[in-house]
Design a protein around this ligand. Sequence first.
Ligand code: PHE
Ligand code: ZN
Length: 878
Amino acid sequence: MKDAQPRAIYLKDYQAPDYWIDTTDLTFDLFEDHALVTSVLGVRRNEDHGEDTPELTLVGIDLELVSVCVDDTELTPAQYIQGSESLTVPVASQAFSLTVVTRIRPQENTSLEGLYKSNGMFCTQCEAEGFRKITYYLDRPDVMSKFTTKVIADKGRYPVLLSNGNDIARGEFDGGRHWVTWEDPFKKPSYLFALVGGDLEVVEDTFTTMSGKEVALRIFTESHNIDKCDHAMVSLKKSMKWDEEVYGREYDLDIFMIVAVDHFNMGAMENKGLNIFNSSCVLASPDTATDASYQRVEAIVAHEYFHNWSGNRVTCRDWFQLSLKEGFTVFRDAEFSADMNSRGVKRIEDATVMKTAQFAEDAGPMAHPIRPQSFIEISNFYTLTVYEKGCEVVRMIQTIVGKDNFRKGSDLYFDRHDGEAATCEDFVKAMEDASGVDLSQFRNWYNQAGTPVITVTDHFNPSSRQYSLTIGQSCPATPGQDSKLPFHIPVAIALLDQKGQALPLNEVGETEQVLQVTAANETWTFDGLTEKPLPSILRNFSAPVRVNYDYRREDLVFLMKYDSDGYNRWDAGQRLATEVIQDLVKGLLKGEEAEIDSKLIEAFGVVLADEQLDKAVKTEMLRLPTEASLAEQAEEIHPLQICEARSRVRKAIAVAHKNQIQALYQTLEQKGDYSPEATEIAERTLRNTCLGYLSELEDDSQQQLAVDQYRSAGNMTDLRAAMSAVINSSYQSQETIDALLNDFLDRYKNDSVVMDSWFMMQSASPSLGTLEHVKSLLEHASFDSTSPNKLRALLGGFASGNMKQFHSGSGEGYEFLADWIITLDKQNPQTASRLMTPLTRWKKYEPVCREHMRKALERIKAVPDLSTDIYEVVTKSL
Ligand code: PHE
Ligand code: ZN
């Protein structure tokens, strides 16, 4: 029997396992309608556990039990207990071997957890708790075992058979079947297990490590995609080199493999030596991938590779420690990307994700600390908080202890815990021990949810020539945490004089200082100033907090021009634009025609004209805050007014600066072959940003520009930018739009990854992506409701990317999403659960939307037999 109601598990209840599994020998016999799994476990009692436990309980889900043997003796059903999700066997000795044979049905597994099929290929996904869908096991990360895996399958259909580690033997059977045995010399938890069987092609390369060892690199895909692996391979080699240079980490096996699969719940998975990737995160060619996808491939290849140390060699003791591997690894990949591309832009992008999506999560019903204290379903905790805020927490440690100490701390951490399952506390302790810096108060970041707010006030005393900055901190209540202890927040500041120069803040003339904010309220005093400076606060987004400081709009314009910190320069523009748009929203709600503050329009003109400004940063500065960001910062969300106000400001900028934008567009004319190199990307992005603005103009020649760019585009970046400009324009004819959509379809209907973008461009379009249109796309031949990528493109594009259409009508968009969530919950609960996010924010919306969203949630909640995934999100949300 399943529990009537799913129950939460708590970090405070953690106990080491009663048994260890030293060795795991698996044999997979793969057939067309089932797979037979034979598991031979070398089990040993955990001697640290005082009391002897007379039995061993393994977990397993959806398994057909065939037989159980203890040390060569087969047990009768009376000798073991089979629960709905467990198997309990009697134990008579300290160490024994347990053989369990189970039958599973990969072909029917639509959850994409455990062993399943994607486009005819067998593949696995075991993090977090998917291994229990393969065989009975101690499926928890603190049980680490040496795995040997034999895979047997039909040779014609599945010529390639892969698992973790090195292939040590292979052979053939009569009847066209063949087998390969893989041995992974490193102990690992079950969540890092992987297996692949399919008809795949391979791209090969090698990498020589710093100690001179040659590693074979192999990327596997279906044959029609084999020409799109070069970028992933280049990225992999760069990652391997970078991890040696920056962290001193060398790769440890003879082979490193990546396999691309189309059906995958997440981005990619770091299985030891055999990473499995969502196709969309590996494949790239100039014709099929945008600049953004190129950078995403590079970042994700790096992320998964870096997990080999931060995640695999040192893994997590339990799933409450998830941020130990994810926060740290995101930090590592962010630094890698910053080194490979534009550091300034990477910081702006990451801060944007934090400030729009993560802050929203931290302010919503699912808010949790980066180390949660409890959960019902761990799959719901692969969140922006655990990943991105976790990364920011690691970054703050680096800021506080300094770069050199950070590296010493990381060395100490890897050294101390190599081969172990560690905790977040182990990480912080290593940083503390290596640096000698006290991080006691800093640990609050691991325990407390919510986004802290710092409130800054200042005072200048001309007679004493002293300037003081007072910083207060607070943190809003979050579920289960009404009051919070003060955080240790590193706040980087500079003080600008009237010419925009940063003033020296100490004897050595440093112009930036990191204030260690630890108290609820504290004042810093700076001496010897002749005039009141303008503070530049939280430079480089030095902490994941909100900043309250009463900037006048002219101050923001000033910072946009002069702040030497790229992030703050950009942020000043975002603040200004947000205030101006908020004014318009207020006006719209009162039925008034509010004027657009000309300061913003002028400031954008200055940015456009600034020839010194780095092109990549310029592009960021020319972007208005997204609708999601405006919603996050609103007290009450009025979605339609936000869309309307933002769109008016965009048009006003285009009208005011038409000539300048046009000129800029022309000077950035593309030449030569595509390359994903940073300076070229910057030019393309800027040019396409200009195109977006020009398409706001009611002017035939401007409208023609996008169509011409579509026709002449030499790469996917320019093609897609043109397509979006056309689709989102209110001045294009339906005929033109349809012609382009059909042309795109013709060219790319066989490329699943590109087709995702075809669906997404439409579902996320405020003009084209109506509910009716989205519904019609569900019927399209290229749509596949078993593919998480397609669902994310079409349903996610609509519900998370199309504020105007999703929230218009009388709640029909919400009902539509709710219907899909209910259907998908039976098929793939993880994907269903991720689609819930927009509805969970219902309390922040204006009353009409709010009530409709609540009803949609209530309807989901009333469905019998919800998955733990949906159950947790819906009950916490209501
Ligand atoms: N561990 C993966 C990563 O961050 C993410 C993932 C989690 C993938 C769960 C699949 C399932 O790299
Ligand atoms: Zn990860």
